[in-house]
Write a protein that binds this ligand. Structure first.
Ligand code: DGL
Length: 276
């Protein structure tokens, strides 16, 4: 190896405001089972949608710089649409490893639409972002694009993942715009928040079989594979990394069992990161 060339670790860091990024982790694990994934759930700052752009940039850059210094990796994945829409340029300037972000799957949805009507369901911040406006302009000019910014849907998805409970009334409020008349000819719905695939069946049930739900998991996994360009990672037995959270424990939740079921080894170093 050349002097100054960083040694390959076969590992990556994923970050989300909570457990939504696990939907990205699952897609990466399917495509690159030999890759070690470490996961940072910044639950103390959930939801990221409530932070200003500047606060989000500062927080994510600070957290990621520290965890990468503590545990070097080959790449970082910002497994959160809300963060990806604002932090990527600043983070790329700070890090020497590649950074992969998530963008709402507007391009494939527009390409697949037969009716010419697509929907984007995301956090209010993502829906309002210049980034989404640019994606719509570049890739969905031939479509009618309906958008919904759902303020509490990510929190409902968190609860559902942690203990399997779902506040049906709150869910109905979040998804009410999808029942408006103009949504009837929709045939593609973009799940523009990494939490939402955790509620895929519930959301699909509101829309009917004629609507396909598209998330960004496979696209991120493909992009990461191209960035890492390390063929050995396609084989392997789902190498488990560690799961870290900046948040405290949740009552009545066996987090250790839940995260082991997602393919992670342990959460034992939780205190290390909570002091970041
Ligand atoms: N998973 C984040 C996203 O993809 C959740 C949103 C939030 O924390 O506000 O946008």
């Amino acid at each position: 190896m050349q002097k100054g060339t960083p040694q390959r670790t076969g590992a990556v860091w994923l970050l989300d405001s909570g457990i939504g990024g696990l939907t990205i982790s699952r897609a990466i694990r399917r495509r690159l089972p030999g890759l070690v994934q470490h996961y940072l759930a910044d639950s103390a700052a959930f939801p990221y949608g409530d932070l200003s752009g500047d606060a989000l940039i500062e927080r994510v850059c600070d957290l990621i710089s520290r965890v990468v210094a503590h545990c070097p990796v080959d790449a970082v994945v910002i497994a959160c649409n809300t963060a990806s829409t604002v932090v990527l340029p600043a983070l790329r300037e700070r890090l020497s490893v590649p950074v992969v972000g998530v963008v709402p799957a507007i391009r494939p949805a527009a390409a697949a639409s037969a009716s010419g009507v697509i929907g984007v369901l995301a956090t209010p911040g993502t829906v309002r972002s210049a980034h989404v406006a640019t994606l719509i302009e570049r890739f969905a000019g031939h479509c009618r694009v309906l958008t919904v910014g759902a303020p509490n849907l990510a929190a409902l998805a968190e609860q559902y993942w942690y203990d399997g409970t779902l506040d049906r009334q709150a869910l109905a409020r979040e998804l009410a715009p999808l029942r408006a008349a103009e949504w009837r000819s929709l045939d593609q719905l973009v799940l523009g928040c990494t939490h939402y695939p955790l509620l895929r069946e519930v959301i699909a049930a509101q829309l009917g079989d004629h609507v396909s739900l598209i998330d960004s998991g496979d696209a991120v996994a493909r992009r990461l594979e191209a960035v890492l360009a390390a063929p050995g990672l396609k084989q392997g037995a789902s190498a488990g990394g560690c799961f870290y959270t900046t948040g405290g424990p949740r009552d009545g939740t066996d987090l250790a069992a839940r995260i082991r079921a997602e393919g992670f080894r342990e959460i034992s170093r939780i205190d290390l990161i909570s002091s970041v």
